[in-house]
Design a protein around this ligand. Structure first.
Ligand code: DAH
Length: 341
């Protein structure tokens, strides 16, 4: 008897098969099943070793029978486990497409942009063209063609940011009037919105960068009454339907007469409060009837055409709309502030 023949005889194969079948049946996952397979059918298992030493037909049939049945049991168990795993995943990984999605944090427009859109909408509704002009201007467009006197203080580098002798950061949106007049024959109805720059110290009411909206209407027979109606329309869009407008006389180089329009205070409705400094009125900017000199500077006939112009600050509008006490809050980008508007 060889060693292997001895092994065949030494093992209780019925018990071996029972044990192996039980282990396969009890395997609760692929790893356990593989362990059972290796233990009872693998190269080093008693069964494999015994099979290697088989010499007689009877033990060959016995052991091969066991092997085939155990292999079949393993395959069977494998399928069952796969089926259970699939069921589990179908149950657990179910996607309910009707559940509400995860909420993404949504931002919103900056208060200055909100005000800008309101102004744009109001003027688009009146048939105005919206312009966006350059922020670096020549002295010619920022001052000369707008009829600023050679000695006007705004021409000083103390008030204005200069790049070189002939280029500045525009100090107002009024140069857009010149660009519009040079680009189009009247009639012209345009609003230009954008940033302007002045060498001011930063305080609660002043910031060296700010925004203006500038309007120009040029047509036949335009009067101050048209200006008043137009401003009233925009101020109502910005501050509500009850606003009133009044004009105070003023001076600007490019308008004659020049006025400063006031809008009635929306907080106290004209009765007087802190916001309007107890006057009932809030100053909006500058305006007037286009000076004939400006028309002559751009080759438009002042005998035939007349027009009005105005310029107002957007920060001021945002502050008034939302009761924002300090202009710096609009520029600091602090989300705790901006989220409120
Ligand atoms: N540009 C002036 C300023 O910044 C405002 C202004 C006044 C604009 C009169 C105009 C105007 O169009 O006609 O103070």
């Amino acid at each position: 008897m060889t060693e292997n023949e001895a092994t065949v005889a030494a093992v209780d194969w019925e018990a071996y098969e029972r044990e192996a079948s039980a282990a396969v049946a009890a395997a609760s996952g692929p790893t356990e099943l593989e362990d059972a397979r290796v233990g009872y059918l693998g190269r080093k298992s008693e069964l494999a070793q015994a099979l290697r030493g088989v010499r007689d037909r009877e033990s060959g049939m016995l052991l091969n029978g066991i092997r085939e049945r155990l292999e079949a049991a393993v395959t069977q168990r494998e399928r069952t486990l796969e089926g259970e795993e699939l069921d589990r995943r179908l149950r657990e990984e179910i996607v309910d497409v009707t559940l509400p999605g995860e909420r993404l944090p949504l931002g919103h427009l900056h208060p200055i942009t909100q005000v800008r859109r309101i102004v744009e909408d109001a003027f688009l509704g009146l048939g105005y063209e919206i312009r966006d002009d350059r922020e670096v201007e020549t002295l010619e467009y920022n001052f000369d063609k707008l009829a600023f006197a050679p000695t006007h203080p705004a021409r000083s580098p103390r008030d204005t940011f200069f790049f070189d002798e002939s280029h500045v950061l525009r100090t107002e949106t009024s140069p857009s009037q010149i660009h519009a007049l040079e680009e189009h024959e009247p009639p012209i109805y345009m609003v230009s919105i954008g940033r302007v720059y002045r060498r001011d110290a930063i305080t609660a009411t002043r910031y060296p960068i700010f925004h203006q909206f500038e309007g120009l209407a040029v047509d036949e027979g335009i009067t101050l009454a048209d200006l008043k109606g137009t401003l009233l329309h925009v101020m109502r869009a910005l501050y509500g339907p009850e606003r009133r407008i009044r004009f105070r006389t003023h001076f600007f180089p490019f308008t004659e007469p020049s006025i400063e329009p006031d809008v009635s205070c929306g907080i106290c409705d004209g009765a007087g409060c802190r916001t309007c400094k107890h006057t009932g009125w809030i100053e909006m900017g500058g305006a007037g009837v286009v000076d004939p000199q400006v028309f002559e500077n751009v080759g438009v006939d002042p005998e035939r055409w007349s027009g009005f112009a105005f310029g107002c600050g957007l920060e001021r509008a945002a502050q008034l709309r939302h009761d924002i006490p300090d202009i710096r809050l609009l520029w600091e980008g602090d989300l705790r502030v901006l989220r409120q508007f």
